[in-house]
Design a protein around this ligand. Structure first.
Ligand code: PBG
Length: 309
């Protein structure tokens, strides 16, 4: 009876699975702070994507660990960069898997910030040009959706225009609209080797105390042409997920981030809670709050559990 009247149920269709692509061959390098998550070379990622597809998960989101980093993050918009190569290989070797690409500079800059540095600050407008180039190279490689996560102002507008000018009118933008400056990204920065070498991201990511500002950020992105709007992290910001769902007619994406993932695994390892149940409860709560789509490192485990009933 409980099953019949349950208001919120999870489906594999809800998930996007994050993947970290690195150079080399036959590489599957564990990430210490994220058990069961790996940096993978393109050949390994392709196999992983076939597995993801067979579980009924509709999409992956790709992050790149480039061969080298420089101040401009130039590998981000190299047509033969790691993400561009991975996208081509995945699209060639899967049937119908959607490939979303994370568009940002932090994995590619030697200073680890999400944009171009001028003086001691990130130069918003200069960074926009680089982001537009990056998004276009992703689309050229075959990306189905581009997802800017840098938090520069005006980037959706600039990326939309660049995509349109290059014949990619049909490629949607999934914007990390409401992205907080969060301690919960800690493990990701090990995975993507993207921790800033100086300062922090407070000048471009949002203050956790602000809620109305999240609505403004989302509104700005929608006006600029965002097709999907995202809240990140997920569980600490369920109020924002609910706000976005109620206020905008765009699919709402929630990013269940690295720290949210690793926290559950750590507590499970200590024997303090049942990690699997805590995971299913977290994902259900994120959906109940209003998320249409959840980006989660748990996508495979959750999809398997849903299949098995
Ligand atoms: C930035 C980016 C970050 C994450 C996704 N994209 C890190 C950051 O802003 O520091 C975090 C994802 C996670 O923690 O799982 N390109």
């Amino acid at each position: 009876m409980r099953r019949m009247v349950r208001e919120t149920t999870l489906s594999a269709n809800d998930f996007i699975y994050p993947l970290f692509a690195c150079e080399g061959e036959n590489i599957k390098k564990p990430i210490g702070s994220m058990p069961d998550v790996y940096q993978m070379s393109v050949d390994v990622i392709v196999k992983e994507c076939q597995d993801v597809e067979s579980l009924g998960i509709p999409a992956v989101i790709l992050f790149g660990i480039p061969a080298f980093k420089d101040a401009e993050g130039s590998e981000a918009y190299n047509e033969d960069g790691i993400v561009q190569k991975a996208v081509r290989a995945i699209k060639d070797n899967t049937k119908n898997l959607l490939v979303v690409t994370d568009v940002c500079m932090c994995e590619y800059t030697d200073h680890g910030h999400c944009g171009i540095i001028k003086g001691e600050d990130v130069d918003n407008d200069e960074t926009l040009k680089h982001l537009a180039l990056e998004a276009v190279t992703h689309a050229k490689a075959g990306a189905d959706i581009v997802a800017p996560s840098d938090m520069m102002d005006g980037r959706v507008d600039v990326i939309r225009e660049a995509l349109d000018d290059n014949g990619f009118e049909d490629i949607p933008i999934m914007s990390y609209s409401v992205k907080y400056c969060s301690a919960f990204y800690g493990p990701f920065r090990e995975a993507a080797e993207s921790a800033p070498t100086f300062g922090d991201r407070k000048t471009y990511q949002m203050d956790p105390g602000n809620r109305l500002e999240g609505l403004k950020e989302a509104e700005q992105d929608v006006l600029e042409g965002a097709d999907f709007i995202m809240v990140k992290p997920a569980l600490p910001y369920l109020d924002l997920i609910s706000d976005l769902k109620q206020n905008f007619d765009r699919p709402v994406v929630a990013y269940h981030v690295s720290g949210e993932y690793s926290m559950i695994i750590a507590a499970d390892k200590m024997g303090w809670l049942d990690g699997h149940k805590a995971m299913m409860e977290s994902l259900t709560s994120i959906k109940r709050a209003g998320a249409d789509i959840i980006i989660t490192y748990y996508a495979k485990e959750a999809a398997k559990a849903i299949k098995e009933g």
